[in-house]
Every structure is written in structure tokens, then in C-alpha cells.
Design a protein around this ligand. Structure first.
Ligand code: OAD
Length: 253
């Protein structure tokens, strides 16, 4: 059945200025970047405890780096899709727009978003364990693996691992945006990883209109005001069309 955007959501899209989009790995699925959970998810094939914890890195930094390098290779060949493009357009359309992402792939940056709360870090940042400096890499990490900083310290991927705290400033910005927004879109996330998954509930408690976009409803679906079942790259362009059509209609009336 064709998905349609409710009249209520259409009517909220234009007057709303405080809009939050909260994304997860599903947003990049149509770009060919694997998600973590689900049938072909990374956590089906790989073990979190061997690859995405500080202990795993301490045990075998080269192994962990090889896995991140493999993911960097996949992402560097991927292109932003229609979902990323609409989210970048939203940043220019809504006067107080906040993008909160759990993704580390950098595809939102490449699509044009400039103000992004990155809750789980960034694949393209590498951080020195000794001097603490963070460097941005454009290609693959410096070789050989594990890479070494100019100061002699070991470099680690600039992502948040299981068991680590989220970056404090980014999370407090995200919480503030969630608590103040009028419209909150949760797109392509399984809502299984906390504290990030708390954000839609926070927005809901403060009265925001909550929309979930996902091919499979999550635990949020029962609490959301609207659930749009489908791929982000198909549904988000409908949201953009609805917004521009509604604005034109209002302008003409
Ligand atoms: P998940 O892999 O847990 O969930 C991906 C979600 O995207 C699922 O709900 C899918 O149904 C949905 N999905 C798949 N294809 C989609 C599409 N084309 N359009 C829209 N949705 C689609 O990814 P996250 O929720 O991002 O953390 O996972 C959260 C965190 O768990 C990640 O940031 C990562 C992971 O372990 C760390 O590494 C710390």
C-alpha cells in the first residue's frame, strides 16, 4: 500500500521551525552501508566484544583497526542517498533544525548538513591515546595498522565504543533540541541503543509530534504520533514534497 503523509503532519510541517531528525544506520542502508541489526546486520557476522569495546582494542588494536578500515573502505565508495539529501535540505528549510545522528559514516556531512550532533563519534576522526589530539582523515587510516600519532602514541578510531560515555557536549545539545522541538523524526534506527534511544521519548514528554520512519516498526511505534512504514529514501522525499506543496498552497490562498 502506498504510504501517505497525514494531513496533520502536512499542516505541522510549514509552521514548525523547531525540528529534530534523529537518525540511525537505516538511513545509510540505501547507500549500501550495512546496518548493525536485522538479517544482514554487522552484529550477525561480527562480535561486538571483539571489535567495539575499549577492552577489544587493548587486546588486539590491529584487529580492531582492520575492521574499521574495512568499514571506511565501504563508506568511501558509498554516496549519500535521497534520505541524506532531504535531511540536508531540512537544515536549510527549518530555522531551528537539529540533526542528531548515531551514524559514524560521514554521509550526512557529505550530503551538506553542517550542524550535526554526532552521538557515536565519526569514522573519519582518529584520536591519539597519548596526547589526545583528534585528526581528520580523508582516505584510510595511516599505515601500518595500528596507526601511530606524530607524538608516538597509538591512534584509535574516533568512535564511541560499547561501555564508553557519549560525548557530553553533543549529548546535552541533543537533549536540549529534543526537549524544545515541535516535530521529531526518528529515522532508520532500531531504538535499541541507549542513551540515544531515550531522545524520542524525551521529545514526546515535552509535547513534540513524533514521527517514525522505518520499514519495520520499533518499540517507538506504539508511542509515536505517526508511523511511516518504508525506506527512508522513499518516505523523506514525500515529506519534502508535502512541505513545499503545502507552502505553495498557503502562499496562493
Ligand atoms: P540498527 O542496525 O540497530 O537498526 C537499523 C534500523 O534501520 C532498523 O530498525 C531497520 O529496520 C532500519 N532500516 C533498514 N533499512 C532502512 C531503510 N532503507 N530506511 C529506513 N530504515 C531502515 O542501527 P542503529 O539503530 O543506528 O553503535 O544502531 C544504533 C547503534 O548500535 C549504532 O550507532 C552502533 C550500533 O551498535 C555503536 O557502535 C556504539
Amino acid at each position: 500500500m502506498a504510504v501517505s503523509v497525514s494531513h496533520k503532519l502536512k499542516s505541522l510541517l510549514v509552521p514548525s521551525t523547531r525540528v529534530v531528525v534523529f537518525t540511525g544506520a537505516g538511513v545509510s542502508a540505501e547507500s549500501g552501508v550495512p546496518t548493525f541489526r536485522g538479517k544482514d546486520g554487522l552484529w550477525k557476522e561480527f562480535n561486538v566484544q571483539d571489535l567495539a569495546t575499549p577492552e577489544a582494542f587493548a587486546r588486539n588494536p590491529a584487529r580492531v583497526w582492520e575492521w574499521y578500515q574495512w568499514r571506511m573502505e565501504i563508506v568511501s565508495q558509498a554516496q549519500p542517498n535521497d534520505a541524506h539529501r532531504v535531511i540536508a535540505w531540512m537544515e536549510s528549510f527549518f530555522s531551528e533544525f537539529t540533526l542528531i545522528t548515531q551514524n559514524v559514516d560521514g554521509l550526512h556531512d557529505r550530503a551538506g548538513n553542517r550542524r550535526i550532533c554526532k552521538l557515536h563519534g565519526d569514522l573519519w576522526d582518529v584520536r591519539c591515546l597519548l596526547c589526545g589530539k583528534t585528526e581528520r582523515v580523508t582516505g584510510l587510516p595511516p599505515q601500518p595498522l595500528p596507526p601511530v600519532c606524530g607524538c608516538g602514541g597509538m591512534l584509535r578510531p574516533g568512535v564511541v565504543w560499547f561501555g564508553e560515555m557519549l560525548p557530553e557536549l553533543e549529548f546535552s545539545k541533543a537533549e536540549k533540541a529534543a526537549m524544545q522541538c515541535q516535530l521529531f523524526f526518528s529515522v532508520g534506527t532500531s531504538m535499541e541503543v541507549f542513551p540515544a534511544a531515550r531522545l524520542p521519548n524525551l521529545a514526546r514528554e515535552k509535547g513534540a509530534y513524533i514521527v517514525e520512519i522505518n520499514p519495520e516498526p520499533t518499540s517507538l511505534a506504539g508511542k509515536a504520533d505517526e508511523v511511516l512504514i518504508g525506506k527512508a529514501g522513499e518516505i523523506l522525499p514525500l515529506i519534502q514534497d508535502s512541505t513545499t506543496a503545502f507552502r505553495t498552497k498557503r502562499g496562493n490562498s
